[in-house]
Design a protein around this ligand. Structure first.
Ligand code: UD1
Ligand code: CA
Length: 457
């Protein structure tokens, strides 16, 4: 079995956060879950996470299939891996990764696994050449280019410090050799820690070859230790996500101002205009036009629909519908096909049937609106009496005139017609007209008379 041990016990002091580092998100997904998902994509069968600081918080974001182990004290990377001993069998291939390197790609891992298998190594380490190796463990090779050992920055002499090939912190172990080497790792070094890289020399001494695969780029290995690095990771990941969508046939006009979470789906021939945030598992259909300046969170948008300068949260919109500009679809808004939700219209907890329209300036809350209903300008669904919320029902083909108030609970039957400016408190039968306002009174010459009276005073 291929198993991955993800090291995530550290606190991440430099984040200055009350949450452990690895639960901080990059493009909407916790760093530790980026690492886990990439491992799974690269064919890892089982994940074992080593947790310490903020264990409950980390556990709460992990999938149920992830095994967790508690490392009470962080005594070093070898000590951390040792905690997972009971999950490791001799015949396993064991990948070790860090929970704070969210940018590692499955493709790179795949090549790395292949290199490990082909070389039949006891352990293989993934490496990169970098301009500034400061802080990383250095890869020491012999005259044949074979891996000899890894020396930590703090233990390195002057010559070793000059080496520009670094340890990514990602390893592939033969299970038997991992188990047999870990027990010999000591902590007699500058940091007084049990170093996982020390297993390399031990495995060599046990007669196995060890490999170093120079197969990664630094931006992929980047560890996130601060908010600054978090924003760098976000930028890199954001571009990667945008490129993936463009490859799949989505047009993105401005990749700099387009923020798409890792778990968002978008159909081909959809156009994303500048200034959009698509987050939390949002699903956008094909041939849509989204934006500019639109936020869509945890929502579903059907094929051919346009959403302009609007905000959608936990909402659903059907096909060939127009939303916006400046519409606000709140949770449980379920808008049908061929609808219009126009400017300054707010919808909440409402089913809005196919072909219905609310073109301007309305509040539609806690309602069931049928098909081909017209909601005039400025209509308010009065759903709240200060204590409780009530439901309004407006059936197919009803016409709600401009500036009407529907005081819930109320039912408007099919084909009913509500005169403009009405405040509707009673149900309206099929096909009836309801007028609920005072008749107009006209008093001829009233203004002149008033002026005369005022002048006398
Ligand atoms: C480690 C490597 C270094 C490599 C670098 C790459 C060692 C000794 N050094 O250094 O060669 O270049 O990664 O980023 O391994 N952790 C635990 N429990 C522990 C110790 C660490 O879970 O007891 C976790 C940390 O939370 C972190 C990861 O392991 O996510 C790496 O540990 P850290 O101490 O930061 O190692 P580096 O000094 O970065
Ligand atoms: Ca360290």
């Amino acid at each position: 079995m291929k198993k991955a041990i993800v090291l995530a016990a550290g606190k991440g002091t430099r984040m200055k956060s009350s949450s452990p580092k690895v639960v901080h998100k990059v493009c909407g997904k916790e760093m530790v879950n980026h690492v886990i998902d990439s491992s799974k994509k690269a064919g890892v069968d089982q994940i074992i996470a080593i947790l310490g600081h903020g264990i409950d918080q980390v556990k709460s974001v992990l999938g149920e299939d992830v095994k967790t182990v508690y490392q009470e004290e962080q005594l070093g990377t070898a000590h951390a891996v040792m905690m997972a001993d009971k999950y490791i069998n001799d015949e396993d291939t064991v990948v070790v990764l860090c929970g704070d390197t969210p940018l590692i790609m499955p493709e790179t891992m795949n090549k790395f696994f292949e290199y490990h298998d082909n070389g039949n190594y006891g352990v293989t380490v993934l490496t990169a050449r970098v301009e500034d190796p400061t802080g990383y463990g250095r890869i020491v090779r012999d005259e044949n280019g074979s891996l000899v050992k890894i020396v930590e920055q703090k233990d390195a002499d002057e010559n070793t410090l000059k080496i520009d090939e670094i340890n990514s912190g990602i390893y592939c172990f033969n299970g038997a050799y991992l188990k047999s080497s870990l027990q010999y790792v000591g902590n007699d070094n500058a940091q007084g820690e049990y170093y996982l890289p020390d297993t390399i020399e031990i495995i060599k001494s046990q007669g196995m070859d060890t490999g170093a695969f120079l197969g990664a780029t630094i931006d992929e290995l980047m560890g996130v230790n601060s908010r600054n690095q978090l924003s760098v990771a976000e930028k890199t990941m954001k571009l990667r996500i945008n490129e993936m969508h463009m490859t799949n046939g989505v047009t993105i006009i401005d990749t700099d101002s387009t923020y798409i979470d890792a778990d968002v789906e978008i159909g081909n021939d959809t156009i994303i205009l500048p200034g959009c945030m698509l987050t939390k598992g949002t699903k956008i259909g094909t041939n849509c036009k989204i934006g500019p300046y639109t936020c869509i969170e945890n929502s579903v948008v059907g094929d051919g629909t346009s959403v302009k300068k609007s905000e959608l949260i936990d909402a659903k919109v059907g096909m060939d519908t127009n939303v916006g500009p400046y519409a606000y679809l709140r949770p449980k808004s379920d808008i049908g096909d061929n609808c219009k939700i126009g400017d300054f219209v707010e919808v909440k907890n409402t089913q809005f049937g196919d072909g219905s329209k609310a073109s301007h300036l309305s509040y539609i809350g806690d309602a069931e609106v049928g098909k081909n209903v017209n909601i005039g300008c400025g209509v308010v669904f009065v759903n709240y009496d200060g204590k409780n919320k009530f439901k309004s029902i407006v059936k197919d083909n009803a016409f709600v005139g401009s500036n009407a108030n529907l005081v819930a609970p109320v039912t408007i039957e099919e084909d009913a017609f509500i005169a403009t400016g009405s405040t509707i408190t009673d149900d309206i039968p099929v096909g009836a007209l309801a007028v609920a306002r005072q008749r107009q009174v006209v008093k001829e010459g009233w203004v002149a008379k008033k002026r005369e009276k005022d002048n006398k005073k």
